[in-house]
Design a protein around this ligand. Sequence first.
Ligand code: ZN
Ligand code: FE
Ligand code: FE
Ligand code: ZN
Length: 266
Amino acid sequence: MSLPPDYHMHTPLCRHASGEPADYARRAVELGFTEIGFSDHSPMPRDDFDEWRMFNSQLDEYVEKVRRAQREFPQLTIRLAMEVDYLPGHEDWIRDLAARHPWDYFIGSVHYVSETWAIDDPSKLSEWKHRDAFEVWSVYFDWLTRAAESGLFDIIGHADLPKKFGHRPTKDCTPLYERFLTAAKKHNCAIELNTAGLRKDCKEIYPNRQILELAFAKGVPITFGSDAHKPEEVGMSFAEAIQLARSVGYKECWQLSKRQRQSIIF
Ligand code: ZN
Ligand code: FE
Ligand code: FE
Ligand code: ZN
C-alpha cells in the first residue's frame, strides 16, 4: 500500500502555472511519492487559439524541462505526458502530437464545448448566464464520450468539469454519465480522480461520487491527479481522493509507461 502516482501537473510553459518541474519533483519526494507525471496543456494547431497553453514551438523545450527533472531526481519516477484538449475535428492534430515524443500517456480533457468557449475559463464566466446548465452538460459529456471513443487518450481528465464554478443541472444526468463510461470501458480508457475540484467553487473532487460508482460498476480504471499549477499543490488532498476511491470499491489504479498500462495497488 503506497501513495498512487500523481499524474496531473503543469509547468510555467502554459502561462498560468508557476515553478519548474524540478520544484514539483522536490515537493513530491518530500511527500513520499515514488512516481509522478507532468501533463501540461498541449499546444493547439494555432498558437492564438487561446492564451493558456504552451506554443507549438515550445514542445521540445517542455520535454527537455521534464527530462531535466528526471535527471535531477533519479529516485523518483517521472512520467512524460500531456493534458490534451479534445475538440471534434482535432483528431489528426492529436495523432501528430502523439508521434512527436515518446509520451508515457495522454490525458484527454474537454475544456471547450464550442470552438470559442472553455467552460472553466474564469474570464469567460459570464457566458454561463446565457446557457442552460443541462445543455452544457449534454454537449460536454457528448464530447467527452467522443474523446474516449477516439482511442487517442489513456486517461480522461476531470470528468465533470462543468461543475467547477458551481453550476449544476437540476435534470438527471445519469444517462450522460452511463454513455460516457460505457465508451471509456469499451475503449480501455481510465478516468482520473482530480483533486483540483476541492480548490474550486464546487468544493468537490472531479468526478462526483455517482460517476465513480458507475465507473467502478463498469470496471473503468482510475488514476489520481492533483492538477497542480504550483509546487505546493502536488499531491494535494490525495488522502481524500484515496478514501473516496476506496469507498466506492477501488483497490487498484493504473500505472502508465510509454502508453502501456499496468494495474497497481494503492
Ligand atoms: Zn491549467
Ligand atoms: Fe484541465
Ligand atoms: Fe490540468
Ligand atoms: Zn486540468
